[in-house]
Design a protein around this ligand. Structure first.
Ligand code: GLN
Length: 510
């Protein structure tokens, strides 16, 4: 019997290929980049009316880039020189791409078009990628379901009555539905790992400072980090090694050499020590998620890893600290959207009126809620009680992790407490929505790296009579020490290679 995922690539459409499969075919001249981009565009035509991962895309420009890649291949350029030559990559709507709309899922930017490329886009271009499309997101990356987009609700490709996660819901859904080969997202408190888990794809949040934030619209500058979504761990490693590296335009990017992540995936995790934090096995954990994580942990042990219980004692304060720090920083970062500098302007009798009318009309409810909360925690009477205290808790949370990493190579947790929830289920209850980030926010608070890798499915069932629940993906989260991406990629890859059903695709019966 063929091994899962080991099947030939002949029976699959080009848009379903991984980066490693596609680049192999491009190098041999078996397919062209034009055909790859066209296959993605065709898939968008076929499914995106239902999935709504894309806010916009420019087919002609994408095909022109593909032709450029095909010419470079014909002229003898290799993937050793330009690792993503000819590969279509789609972009979350808060990363600047020159000449393309930049809306951050918000109305406040109006018809703004980016005058420059973000650092990550420059790097993707240098590596030969075809950059196309603007992917839907929660407004200014605030949310966990993509329902906070000002434009449309993205649907989960495994069940279109459910959310894809957020805030990078478009980026996760587009990869899961094979509308692109890989995508970029950003993760401030889980926005790459959580949607990756809920859509059944791989998503990596690099350590703070690993990837330049130049050209990423800021939500919470001390937490934000750009990362990627991919169909398998090797692809995520390939994209990360293109994105990573110091950039003089982002003073928080760190001059550490970038390892060859994709070359170092040798499968050897024997003897590695993995920590299972006891504080993460909480009451609200869905039984299917718990089972899947326990199976994954057994599998990792079978591969030779030693699994030990650890404690991260300040875990219970992570959500509170995160939502104070993130809102405080957001309230400052979003002050620039005032109707004067960019995008939307609603006129007023004086500048203050113009400013408040513009912001009143341009921002959605969640963004306003966070600006109010952030302004409150920074105000003079409350600064010490909230913001300063949250910063102290932040230090304790970071110390918990650094202490744990003295004894273990990586930490293993569920990515989310439940699988994808229904559209509308939590949108009226912001606190419930915030709690869905319970396993992801601490990594941003501590500045460490994390990856979510698919580890199984919920059991399909008939929870409500007449409305069968299809099986839904579950994600395993691996957390690594600062700049320890190499280790978590290695573990995730070893796990992925050994796990069954890894090549399963959403049914997309639309
Ligand atoms: N869901 C979290 C929030 O709403 C995280 C968002 C993110 O990582 N951008 O803040």
């Amino acid at each position: 019997m063929p091994q899962p995922g080991a099947a030939g690539t002949e029976d699959r459409m080009i848009n379903q290929l991984t980066i490693s499969e596609l680049t192999r075919k491009l190098a041999r001249g078996e397919v062209s980049s034009r055909a790859a981009v066209q296959a993605c565009l065709d898939q968008i035509q076929r499914v995106d009316g239902h999935i709504r991962a894309f806010l916009s895309y420019d087919s002609a420009e994408a095909l022109a880039q593909a032709d450029g890649a095909d010419r470079a291949l014909a002229a003898g350029q290799t993937h050793a020189q330009r690792p993503l030559l000819g590969v279509p990559v789609a972009i979350k709507d808060l990363i600047a791409v020159k000449g393309h709309p930049l809306n951050c899922g918000s109305k406040i930017l109006g018809k703004f078009v980016s005058p420059y490329d973000a650092a990550v886009i420059e790097r993707l271009r240098a590596a030969g990628a075809v950059i196309f499309g603007r992917l839907n997101m929660d407004e200014f990356a605030m949310g966990s379901s993509t329902e906070n987009s000002a434009f449309e609700v993205t649907r989960n490709p495994w069940d279109t009555s459910r959310i894809p996660g957020g805030s990078s819901g478009g980026s996760a859904a587009a990869v899961a539905a094979d509308e692109c080969i890989a995508s970029l997202g950003s993760d401030t408190g889980g926005s790459i790992r959580q949607p990756a888990a809920l859509c059944g794809v791989v998503g990596i949040k690099p350590s703070y400072g690993r990837v330049s934030r130049y050209g990423l619209v800021a939500f919470a500058s001390s937490l934000d980090q750009i990362g990627c979504f991919a169909k398998d761990v090797r692809d995520a490693a390939m994209v990360l090694e293109v994105l990573a590296g110091v950039d003089p335009r982002d003073s928080t990017s760190v001059p550490q050499p970038v390892p060859h992540y994709s070359v170092d995936l040798n499968g050897a995790i024997k003897g590695m020590k993995l920590g299972l934090p006891r504080e993460y096995m909480i009451g609200g954990l869905d039984p299917d998620v718990k089972d899947a994580i326990e199976n994954a942990v057994r599998q990792l042990a079978k591969l030779g890893a030693e699994v030990v219980e650890i404690s991260l004692p300040h875990t219970e304060y992570a959500i509170a600290a995160y939502y104070i720090i993130a809102t405080a920083e957001a309230s400052a970062n979003l002050a620039r959207f005032d109707g004067i500098r960019y995008g939307l302007r609603v006129e007023g009798g004086d500048p203050i009126e113009l400013y408040s009318r513009t912001r009143g009309a341009g921002f959605g409810a969640e963004v306003k809620r966070r600006i109010i909360l952030g302004t409150y925690v920074l105000s003079s009477g409350y600064y010490d009680a909230y913001y300063l205290r949250a910063q102290k808790v932040r230090t304790l949370i970071r110390q918990d992790f650094l202490k744990a990493f003295q004894n273990v190579d990586a930490i293993v947790t569920p990515t989310t407490p439940t699988a994808a929830f229904k559209v509308g289920e939590k949108s009226d209850d912001p606190l419930q929505m915030y709690l869905s980030d319970i396993f992801t926010v601490a990594a941003n608070v501590a500045g460490i790296c994390g990856i979510s890798v698919p580890c199984g499915f919920t059991s399909a069932g008939d929870s409500e009579p007449g409305t069968p629940t299809p099986k839904l993906p579950i994600g395993l989260q691996l957390l690594g020490k600062p700049f320890g991406e190499e280790t978590i990629l290695k573990i995730a890859h070893a796990y992925e290679q050994s796990a069954s059903r890894r090549s399963e695709k959403p049914p997309l019966t639309l």
